[in-house]
Each structure stands twice: as structure tokens, then as C-alpha cells.
Design a protein around this ligand. Structure first.
Ligand SMILES: [Zn+2]
Length: 254
């Protein structure tokens, strides 16, 4: 098309929706334009030349053009398929949740480089580093909320100031730490932690983002961290996630 201004950008498919005929509507998180909806014409045909790029959780170099209110895909070539996710249902289902969470905290047409990097790193940790999903999940959730402006105050009890609260709890509504006996009247929904889950939470919130997934926790402490992170997401974003329900449906009952 002569004269059409093309946009070349890298982008990851957060979600794909089947549209009329053989088209798909993709929700892409791109480095240049932030989150955008893109119509991929003929994406469901075998002959589609960028068929590999139109799947969820694939990171590609895209050539797009804009017509009216819509972006259209013109060309695509894959950069990272995250193959380790495609062969592991638990990792894949967590990957979908990481994408749905990222979609929830990004706004259209606003570049969000830190959130994009956070998503790519989370998927890489699952796919290539084979980090356990049970560890990636709370670390991703807590750091995502920090990057999106909901950072909890985790340096000490919000009421008495003790740096190491007694029977520590995370008040997930106010986003503060407290002792089990402090602020009982004032506080809202609080989730119990323990010294090691609190140390992990501080590592996630305050530590080097490059070492986000470099920690270990015993099963009980990891369960407490996970429950607190999940409740914090629900309280701050005030919604549930279908992909989270699916991920949890794969977990053994205990
Ligand atoms: Zn206290």
C-alpha cells in the first residue's frame, strides 16, 4: 500500500479473540504503543504468513498500520515463543494469568516498558529457567502491583513501628504490615505471614528486580506468601481473573 505509514514494534499477544470469518482480534502489549487492539486479517487460515505470531504469549516483531480507530497487522516474525510453556499445562496456565494481570494494570496507547519487561521476565522464568509456578506466581503478583503503583509498606509494623512485627500480618486493603496484636480495630482484611514469608515479600518488593525469582521458601511459608499476594491482588484491583481460577483448578486439593 503506497503511502501507508507503517509502525514497526515488538509486541506480545496478551489475548486473542476470534472475529468474523478467519480474522482474529489480538490484544498486544507493544514497546512503542503500549497496549493496543490489532485486527489480524486471515489469521485463522493455514496460509496466514504470520500464523505463529498470533498465538497468546508469543513475542514478535510486528509491522502494523492504523486505519480509523484500529490497528491492523501487516507482517510479523516471532522473536520468542516461550516453548517451555507450550509443553507444560501448569506453566502455560500461569502464563495466561500473568498476561491477564498485566492487561488489567496497563492502559491503551500508553507505553509501559517496566510492566512489559516484568511480563517477559516472568514468562522466561517459567519457560526457560523452569522456576516453579508456585514461586513465580506470588513474586510476579507482588512486583506487578509495585510497578503499577500499589507498593505495600513492608519495612515495619504500621502501628508500633517494629521492624520485625510480632506474628506479622499483611493488611491487604491498606497495603501495610502490622503485628498480630497491633491495629486490630483499624485494620481491614489481613493475611498471616511468618518471618520467612515476610523476608521473601521484602526481597520481592525491595530487592534487585534481576533477582526477583532467586529465593527459596519452605512449603508452608510459600503457601502463606502466595495466599497473601493473591488476596492483595484481589483487594487492590477489586476483581477476579478467569485465568487464575483455571490455574487453581489444576492444583491438587490439600
Ligand atoms: Zn506492631
Amino acid at each position: 500500500m503506497a503511502g501507508t505509514p507503517y509502525i514497526v514494534t515488538r509486541g506480545i499477544v496478551l489475548r486473542e479473540t476470534e472475529s468474523k470469518e478467519a480474522d482474529k482480534i489480538l490484544t498486544l502489549l507493544t514497546d512503542k504503543c503500549g497496549k493496543i487492539a490489532v485486527i489480524a486479517r486471515g489469521a485463522r487460515r493455514k496460509s496466514c504468513k504470520y500464523a505463529a505470531c498470533v498465538q497468546s504469549l508469543v513475542w514478535s516483531e510486528w509491522t502494523l498500520y492504523q486505519k480509523g480507530d484500529w490497528y491492523y497487522a501487516n507482517e510479523g516474525s516471532t522473536v520468542e515463543l516461550f516453548p517451555g510453556l507450550r509443553s507444560d499445562l501448569e506453566a502455560l496456565s500461569l502464563g495466561f494469568y500473568l498476561a491477564e494481570l498485566t492487561e488489567a494494570v496497563t492502559t491503551e496507547n500508553t507505553p509501559a516498558p517496566e510492566l512489559l519487561r516484568h511480563l517477559l521476565n516472568g514468562l522466561y522464568a517459567l519457560s526457560a529457567l523452569h522456576k516453579p509456578p508456585a514461586l513465580v506466581k506470588p513474586a510476579f503478583e507482588l512486583k506487578l502491583l509495585c510497578l503499577a503503583g500499589y507498593e505495600p509498606l513492608a519495612d515495619g509494623c504500621a502501628y508500633c513501628g517494629r521492624p520485625d512485627p510480632e506474628r506479622p500480618m499483611l493488611d491487604v486493603v491498606q497495603g501495610v504490615l502490622r503485628c498480630g496484636t497491633c491495629g486490630v480495630q483499624e485494620s481491614a482484611l489481613s493475611m498471616p505471614l511468618c518471618p520467612s514469608s515476610l523476608a521473601a515479600l521484602r526481597h520481592i518488593v525491595y530487592g534487585d528486580p534481576k533477582r526477583l525469582y532467586s529465593f527459596t521458601l519452605g512449603d508452608d511459608a510459600l503457601r502463606r506468601l502466595s495466599a497473601a499476594a493473591e488476596a492483595f491482588v484481589a483487594a487492590q484491583l477489586e476483581r477476579g481473573f478467569r485465568s487464575l481460577d483455571f490455574y487453581k483448578s489444576l492444583q491438587p486439593l490439600n
